[in-house]
Ligand binder design. Structure first.
Ligand code: A4P
Ligand code: MG
Length: 178
């Protein structure tokens, strides 16, 4: 698989642990992926053939109220974003992504921080763009702390699942790379 230039790569984290009108979390992720890819390719003037997606991973909830269901997490990579990097462009993307979250029943007014959600779309990084806007922090400030982000991110970057030792069971893969 051809290497890709990190300086023009956009990375998006997907997460869900509540059923939506599209079904359980993995069905929501499967349903939203083509819409998200269309959005990102058009927004970023990128080539859809370059897009890479990790498997869907089942992960234990980190933080938030106790007793939440497990999450389904994935990472999408869009290499070679042609659109010039800017804060305005990144904020525009955040708005588009929040509309997609709403289309899957996400209602921020009624939820608690790190509580269960039908769909969470985070911008993990866009090349080396750094921003501290009240609505958008880049790179995502907790990206480096979270296995449920790092594992699918590495998988998508490598184009395959990371190696594991035999005594260390991996997260259950729900889907194949797209
Ligand atoms: N915001 C700032 N920076 C960003 C960014 N880089 N990408 C703002 C997206 N949004 C960003 O997020 C709150 C506000 O963050 C947004 O309005 C946006 O303007 P939110 O999605 O409304 O709420 P949240 O997701 O609960 O907040 P937060 O602090 O972003 O949570 P995280 O860090 O995303 O963590 N456990 C597992 N296993 N899997 C998960 O996916 N996710 C979380 C949420 C907790 N535990 C989890 C998982
Ligand atoms: Mg979020």
């Amino acid at each position: 698989m051809a290497p890709f230039p990190l300086e023009t790569t956009l990375a998006i984290g997907l997460g869900a642990n509540l059923s939506s009108l599209h079904g359980p979390p993995e069905s929501t992720l499967r349903w939203i992926l083509p819409c998200l890819i269309d959005l990102l390719v058009e927004w970023g003037d990128a080539d859809a053939r370059d897009v890479r997606c990790s498997s869907f991973l089942k992960t234990q909830p980190l933080g938030g109220p106790p007793g939440q269901d497990e999450y389904c997490n994935a990472v999408l990579l869009i290499p070679r974003v042609q659109r010039p990097m800017s804060e305005v462009a990144a904020l525009e993307l955040l708005e588009h992504m929040q509309r997609l979250e709403q289309s899957c029943g996400r209602d921020r007014q009624r939820e608690q921080r790190w509580g269960p959600r039908t769909l969470d779309l985070d911008i993990l990084f866009w090349g080396d763009l750094r921003m501290e806007h009240p609505r958008l922090l880049l790179p995502h400030p907790r990206l480096h702390l979270r296995t449920f982000v790092l594992e699918p991110l590495l998988e998508a970057m490598q184009g395959s699942a990371p190696p594991r030792s035999p005594d260390q069971p991996g997260p259950e893969a729900l889907g194949r790379g797209c």
